[in-house]
Write a protein that binds this ligand. Structure first.
Ligand code: PEP
Ligand code: MG
Length: 583
């Protein structure tokens, strides 16, 4: 029966596909009997898990040093013996082959049986060996579950499917998108999370905060994901499908209308030119940025290169990626942001710290890069080498105070000297800019402007830190509001400070590409917007409707507002006046 599940739009669009659930509880022991044709595969899974457990014990033994080595080796010996116990192994095989148990269920059953035998022993020492059995079997079950989650991942990547999950990590999203995934329905999360940003970049419709998704949707259910209205429709009706087809027609039509704007200037109605830059991470983003007439790349998030990679990307790999970006933009300026790992962007190489109590307030961005000078220098060398191929600027994330930008400049200087000695061609200048996303940096921006050549305001993080609201936490949707006047005052302060010393200030947070914010940002004095390329034509279209002079006169009122509702009312009055002014 048709069911509509409301969610928050994280990446617009619509798609129709089969549901693929990723539910952690699926990894719990599965008690359904095996089909005859599944037996051999299940035996293979069991033996693979047993071998993984044996290997883990071997690894543990080689890692052991020090006083406890002897004692611990004893338990490793005991556990290894158990793992090779012919009776235990035969019993497991028989349970799968004859009893049609799944591997996890067979292991659990064997554990219970052996435990009962130990429990019945009089000798307390022997009775205590039951713990060993538990530990060994748990190790095998855990190896089995890791296999299952890897299989889930492969399953979830089948063409024509919509992923239904609690949340999805950016790394997984990038992987799945390359395998034909159509869209994502997440039961938690926020539109300002990095996964949401990536979904927009990948053009994958995505809903977050779809609370009942995991309990109401089942594998293979047909779903119409409507990330235009904000609902996931399970078992859509003929009427829903007709609406979907109408949307597809309209989207194509709107695409053709906007396409005409690709070569148009980015100009307000009263003739003020604005620079529209692209946030571009992939070759497809670069192609779209060029096709839609971007004035350059305002943000290239290099961490995605690290997230997609097993281990750290080499200097050569990074150089090729940065050089291709510069070449791809055909002489337009490119802004490369140095590594911003940490917080929700943990890397596969393991340099981001794990287990911090507050990772968003922890060692991320430039803080992490400065703690890993070798990793950072590799990136800096790659950037310097690529900068010879076209105009480039370098942007440093999570700057809090001037000494960080000074330290980065020093590392650039050292890398330059090194490369010069190696006879490598180097760019004459390479502007170094600071991201303004930490409140202290925004408040004390004048001090930073003494050391930075340009600024880029990162409102995704600035909002999270000003409002003390995790950008990925949907429970704080009412607090994480980029229209909050405190945030607007800071944005205005940063733009004015940059203008005073004639240094460029752009804005590359998600609101930069949201047409609902274009008038507001123009009013605050912004003249460089950076956004996902899919938004370029929409923002250009919006600019053409707006009067820069009128908006600038509204700035004092906007920043004096006490509440976001007052800001909303002022913005609504702009739209109302537009409706009455002939174009
Ligand atoms: C921001 O914080 O606004 C920003 C652009 O950086 P990111 O979203 O990558 O943290
Ligand atoms: Mg940021």
């Amino acid at each position: 029966m048709r069911q509509s599940l409301p969610g928050t739009i994280a990446a617009r669009g619509m798609c129709l596909g089969r549901a693929r659930l990723v539910q952690p509880s699926r990894y719990a022991v599965d008690n359904r009997p095996l089909g005859e044709d599944e037996v051999e595969a299940e035996l293979d899974r069991l033996h693979l898990a047993l071998e993984t457990a044996r290997q883990e014990l071997r690894d543990l033994r080689t890692k052991l040093h020090g006083a406890l080595a002897r004692e611990v080796n004893e338990f490793i010996d005991a556990h290894t013996l158990l793992l090779d116990d012919p009776e235990l192994l035969r019993g497991l095989d028989d349970m799968i082959r004859i009893g049609h148990y799944r591997a996890g269920a067979a292991l659990k059953k064997q554990r219970d049986r052996i435990a009962a035998v130990f429990e019945a022993m009089d000798d307390p020492y022997l009775r205590s060996r039951r713990e060993d059995v538990d530990q060994v079997i748990n190790r095998v079950i855990s190896a089995l579950q890791r296999q299952t989650s890897a299989e889930e991942r492969k399953l979830a990547a089948r063409v024509g499917e919509i992923l239904v999950a609690d949340t999805i990590a950016p790394g997984d999203m990038a992987h799945l998108a390359g395998h034909g995934l159509l869209g994502v329905v997440a039961s938690s999360g926020s539109p300002y999370s990095h996964s949401a940003i990536l979904a927009r970049s990948l053009d994958l419709p995505m809903l977050v905060g779809t609370r009942d998704a995991l309990s109401s949707i089942h594998d293979d259910d047909l779903i119409l994901l409507d990330a235009e209205q904000g609902e996931a429709i399970v078992h859509p009706t003929a009427q829903d499908l007709a609406r979907y087809r109408a949307w597809q027609r309209e989207a194509a039509q709107e695409g053709r209308r906007l396409a005409k704007l690709a070569n148009a200037p980015s100009r307000t109605r009263d003739g003020i030119d604005v620079r529209l830059l692209a946030n571009a991470e992939s070759a497809a983003d670069v192609a779209m940025a060029r096709a839609r007439g971007a004035d350059g790349v305002g943000l290239y998030r290099t961490e995605f290169l690290f997230l997609r990679h097993k281990g750290l990307p080499s200097e050569e790999e990074q150089f090729v990626a940065y050089r291709d970006l510069v070449i791809g933009m055909g002489g337009l300026p490119v802004t490369i942001r140095t590594l911003d790992l940490g917080a929700d962007k943990a890397d596969a190489a393991g340099i981001a710290l794990r287990g911090e109590d507050n990772p968003a307030l922890g060692v991320r961005g430039v803080r992490l890069s400065l703690r890993h000078p070798a990793v950072f220098t590799t990136q800096i060398r790659a950037i310097l080498r690529a900068a010879c191929y076209g105009p480039m600027r370098v942007l440093v994330p999570m700057i809090t105070q001037p000494d960080e930008i000074i330290a980065v400049r020093t590392l650039f200087k050292l890398a330059r000297q090194e490369l010069k000695q190696e006879g490598v061609d180097l760019p004459e200048k390479l502007p170094l800019g600071a991201m303004i996303e930490v409140p202290a940096a925004a408040i004390n921006v004048r001090a930073l402007l003494e050391h930075a050549d340009f600024l880029a305001i990162g409102t995704n993080d600035l909002a999270q830190y000003v409002l003390a609201a995790d950008r990925g936490n949907d429970a704080l949707e009412n607090v994480y509001n980029p229209l909050n006047p405190a945030l607007l005052r800071l944005i205005c302060h940063v733009i004015s400070a940059g203008r005073r010393v004639r240094k460029p200030v752009s804005l590359c947070g998600e609101i930069g590409g949201d047409v609902n914010f274009t008038a507001l940002l123009l009013a605050l004095g912004l003249c460089e917007f950076s956004m996902h390329p899919s938004q370029l034509l929409l923002v250009r279209d919006r600019l053409g409707e707006l009067d820069h002079g009128t908006l600038r006169r509204m700035a004092p009122k906007l920043i004096r507002a006490h509440t976001h509702e007052q800001v909303e009312a002022l913005l609504a009055s702009i739209d109302a006046s537009l409706a009455t002014v002939p174009a």
